[in-house]
Design a protein around this ligand. Sequence first.
Ligand SMILES: Cc1ncc(C[n+]2csc(CCOP(=O)(O)OP(=O)(O)O)c2C)c(N)n1
Ligand code: SF4
Ligand SMILES: [Mg+2]
Length: 294
Amino acid sequence: MLEIRHETEGLVSKGVSACAGCGLEIVMRNVMEALDEDVIVVIPPGCSALFSGFGAETNLKIPGYQGNLENTAASASGIRTALDAKGNTHTTVLCFAGDGATADIGLQSVSGAFERQDRILYLCYDNEAYMNTGIQGSSSTPYMASTTTTPGGKKTGRKDLGQIAIAHNIPYVATAAVHNLPDLKRKVKKARQTQGPAFLHVYAPCPTGWRSAPEKTIEISRLAEQTGCWVLYEYVDGEVNVNSKINELKPVEKYLCLQGRFRHLGAEQREEFQRYVEKSHCETMRRLEFMSRR
Ligand SMILES: Cc1ncc(C[n+]2csc(CCOP(=O)(O)OP(=O)(O)O)c2C)c(N)n1
Ligand code: SF4
Ligand SMILES: [Mg+2]
């Protein structure tokens, strides 16, 4: 039977002005389903600011604060400290930030909060570029992807945010993706219980920036895992569990041809991309294996 959900249900209102097929919207809705109203959210500028709203209007039915690109984690640390000073240890302080806000412009503030072991839940939805301001490349844009600042394809690979977070010796780090929502929700709930900083890095395709069809968002995300472009894992108190159980990686061609941001690649470059993905997947798995032996 069809379930009818009313506007008043849930913590995110309907009618958000995200593009059709937006991965970030799927992440936000499912994260909020995994949480409850005992949350304060900090959202920096970026497409996720569509949810904190405009002027006096908001799409989220929880208290929120829109900070700057530089200081999402620092703002959250301040809120956590104030709550703790009032004896409130139950409210979750959630950062919901893009890759530009996390890997580039706000990295110092993320690093500071992690180094201080501040109890915040930091989620980075990764659409692999500065989408809100016109698809500029970020340090999370993958190798060879075309953006408005890398029109011929990015010449370098991406920063490994998970490894950067793990290097801060925080208790919980996990990756997730929009094609596996039960896994995302489980990780959000676990991250929330963590007695210290928790970092979630979530793969969030962006049809507008990736030049992909809106209805292919989930398929692209699934292919990212199956081809080795994205690995699902969890790092809990020094133990790593790889959630991606892939016996043999699929060729990247299907993944590439669904996205216009790779359209400029000729046959030789596609082969180079394939070799690059296999090599970096292998290195990621080796690093994760090393981490779990520590
Ligand atoms: C210090 C600073 N530089 C630039 C901007 C302009 N700006 C606003 S949103 C945004 C894009 C943020 O990208 P990301 O964090 O990846 O989020 P997305 O838009 O992709 O969702 C930029 C560059 C800003 N607000 N502050
Ligand atoms: S530009 Fe991309 S991330 Fe931003 S709202 Fe549109 S689809 Fe979502
Ligand atoms: Mg982005």
